[in-house]
Design a binder for this molecule. Structure first.
Ligand code: SF4
Length: 455
């Protein structure tokens, strides 16, 4: 069973599947070369990106991520401010140093091939890494897939990192199973999840790591509220969060405008997603493209609800993680696979259920909130203009955050009984996503992506 720490991972923007996943795969390949004793025979590396990665990998910084990953960088710790200079150095020299110390030929424009018209069999985000000897003959080849939320699997679909998963005291794969466990034990969703996490690491460690994740989310809100200018990528999208932050702090509306809280929630989400679009440090929640929804709703909880505290923050993240696991197990958290319901829809569902939990909801109300959060995101296209995680993605997170708060409030007004179960809506999301034309699944070949001129 997955952990909450498989869902919330500190990384860099702009995309968990197109930036963080490829970086992790590239690093893994470099480590494999060392582990297999093939490093010394490697003179160069060729990387082929297929399907959605071939279509929108450039806009998502997949090439930059691969350079950093081959050099052994980790998305959580890489110095994001130093990235442009490092990439420029590799491009100028046509050389990079693999993790493990071997210098190889690597001219990014030639070594990284974007195969737009081809896909590999398992998933739209396929990658093939080939190490080549001095004579150009293959030394070692591996296929990886970046399957959303920074998860990377091998050619056989098996996870390529992490040890054997710990046995959980309360295993669940569906919403119905989770509700049954809560009913049988009398535990809340967050406590079920905490007990599961304690099977893998000490409780103090679980708590400390969750607070570290919250601190990283909070820092991404703060940085997004401070930085101005134009986002990279050529679309000339202006950052809005800093200006909105100044306006909200100075215009003194406060109590006179009961909806001013909505402006703040919008701000929190915009700030995170602008930071993501700029290649800054964010937390997958469950992906980078949807990284603003959970921090925005959690910020709302901490700032605008009575008695909010760190304990509630932990319970919020644990509940959100439990809901994300249901989507990962039964559908997808990849926009390239199921469209935006897999990203902003899942984030909305996670945040809605988590907010219901920390506001005192029963497990049935939590499940209801999570269901509402997804039901009204079904059919949402993924059509990022220019293949950049900017339009519609940044605003879409603000919409997702406000919708999550409303979903929690709707669920808390009821008693948890409702027509469509969370499991049914997850299945519907998966089926609808599969039926969607690939034009609307992170390929930038339909919708807004072709009706707006990129200049
Ligand atoms: S439209 Fe949605 S799924 Fe597509 S890249 Fe943007 S946030 Fe991700």
């Amino acid at each position: 069973m997955l952990s909450v720490f498989d869902i919330f991972k500190i990384g860099i923007g702009p995309s968990s599947s197109h930036t963080v996943g490829p970086m992790r795969a590239a690093r893994r390949f470099a480590e494999l070369l060392a582990g297999e004793g093939a490093m010394a025979r490697t003179a160069s590396v060729r990387v082929e990106l297929y399907g959605s990665l071939g279509h929108t990998g450039r806009g998502h910084g997949s090439d930059t991520a691969i350079i950093l990953g081959l050099e052994g960088e980790d998305p959580e710790t890489v110095d994001v401010d130093a990235v442009p200079a490092r990439v420029a150095a590799v491009t100028t020299a046509g050389r990079l140093t693999l993790a493990g110390g071997q210098a190889i030929d690597f001219l990014p424009a030639q070594a990284i091939v974007f195969r737009r018209r081809e896909t590999l069999p398992l998933h739209p985000n396929g990658m093939r890494f080939t190490a080549l000897g001095a004579d150009g003959a293959p030394v070692l080849e591996r296929v990886y897939y970046s399957v959303g939320g920074a998860f990377v699997v091998g050619a056989d679909g098996a996870a390529t990192d992490g040890g054997a998963p710990a046995a959980r005291p309360h295993p669940f794969a569906t919403g119905a199973q989770l509700l049954d466990i809560c009913a049988a034990t009398g535990l809340s969703v967050s406590t079920v999840m905490l007990e599961n996490e304690r099977a893998a690491r000490p409780e103090a460690e679980v708590r400390a790591q969750l607070l570290r994740i919250w601190a990283a989310m909070e820092a991404s809100v703060r940085r997004g509220c401070e930085r101005e200018g134009i986002l990279p990528g050529g679309l000339k999208v202006r950052r809005r969060a800093a200006g909105l932050h100044r306006k909200l702090r100075s215009d003194g509306r406060g109590a006179a405008d009961p909806l001013v809280i909505m402006d703040w929630v919008n701000l929190f989400a915009l700030a995170v997603n602008e930071e993501n679009a700029a290649g800054g440090r964010v937390v997958t929640a469950p992906t980078n493209g949807a990284a603003g929804v959970v921090p925005a709703v959690l910020s709302y909880y901490r700032r605008y609800t009575p008695n909010a505290d760190d304990e509630g923050t932990l319970r919020f993240l644990l509940t959100a993680g439990a809901i994300a696991i249901l989507y990962k197990e039964n559908a997808s958290i990849s926009g390239a696979e199921v469209g935006c319901p897999g990203e902003v829809g899942v984030a909305c569902s996670m945040a809605a259920g988590a907010l219901a939990e920390v506001l005192g909801g029963t497990p049935a109300q939590v499940e209801n909130a999570a269901e509402i959060g997804m039901e009204h995101n079904l059919g949402l296209t993924c059509d990022p203009i220019g293949g950049l995680v900017q339009v519609p993605c940044i605003e879409r997170n603000a919409m997702g955050a406000v919708k999550a708060i409303n979903a929690a409030r709707l669920a808390l007004q009821g008693d948890g009984s409702h027509k469509v179960s969370l499991d049914k809506v997850i299945k519907t999301m998966r089926d609808t996503g599969r039926d969607m034309s690939s034009k609307y699944k992170e390929t930038a070949r339909g919708g807004l992506a072709v009706n707006i001129i990129e200049c």
